[in-house]
Design a protein around this ligand. Structure first.
Ligand code: SAH
Length: 213
């Protein structure tokens, strides 16, 4: 499948909608304008790629709603030399958005089927995260810690302590916290043991799972 002027037109409309819904970060909007979301979708759903909705992908997971991707990316405030850890690669769409903001992206997925599928897609599209890992995101990725930014794209019943430990001082983590419904939460690390916590809107994510099925 390719990216056509029609897709570009639909993306421009999507970005206008995201602006209307309150997304203001121009760097984020610019990347959303350029990343072909339809290439990250299940083939049977490509016609919906530029609707502002979440859709099923493989392994009972979902590609996040564009508004949610934009909202989390905006809160993350990624600079061009920031090292970013993403938990929950899924379709790879959020990863592609992050890669438009910084080349230093590390991403972890725990569903093997999705991991393999998305790995093939990354190589087809020429997307090169620093590392795309198969594993349990609760553990983070200590080998490359500390990170300037951490983004969790699944709903966490509680805050994974290891992830907070892997943040740089001054670093930020965006994580939806809760069971059925999640409160978007941003932690800013102010010293090796202290954090500022801010909460934002309510969202619904698939759960961050602790043990491999
Ligand atoms: N950013 C993705 C969101 C996918 S949904 C996208 O827009 O496509 C959340 C993803 O988190 C799923 O792929 C799910 O398998 C993954 N996930 C759940 N628990 C995890 C864990 N403990 N470690 C890593 N990934 C996890």
């Amino acid at each position: 499948m390719e990216d056509t002027p029609k897709h570009q037109g639909l993306r421009n409309q999507l970005v206008s909608k995201l602006r209307e819904k309150g997304i203001r970060d121009e760097a984020v909007l610019k990347v959303i304008t350029s990343v072909p979301r339809h290439l990250f979708m299940d083939p049977s759903l490509v016609n919906f790629a530029y609707e502002d909705n979440a859709y099923p992908i493989a392994a009972d997971q979902t590609i996040s709603q564009p508004y949610t991707v934009a909202y989390q990316s905006q809160l993350l405030e990624v600079g061009p030399s920031d090292k970013v850890l993403e938990i929950g690669t899924g379709s790879g769409y959020q990863t592609a958005i992050l890669l438009g903001l910084t080349p230093l992206v590390y991403t972890i997925e725990r569903q093997q089927l999705l991991y393999k599928k998305t790995q093939r897609l990354f190589s087809k599209l020429g997307l090169r995260p620093k590392k795309h890992l198969f594993g349990d995101g609760y553990l983070g990725f200590q080998a490359e810690a500390p990170y300037d930014r951490i983004i969790v794209t699944a709903g966490a019943p509680e805050v994974p302590k290891k992830l907070l430990n892997q943040l740089k001082i001054g670093g930020k983590m965006i994580i939806p916290i809760g069971d059925k419904e999640q409160l978007m939460t941003r932690f800013t690390k102010t010293s090796s043991t202290s954090f500022d916590k801010e909460t934002f809107g309510r969202f619904r994510f698939v759960p961050l799972l602790q043990h491999k099925n």
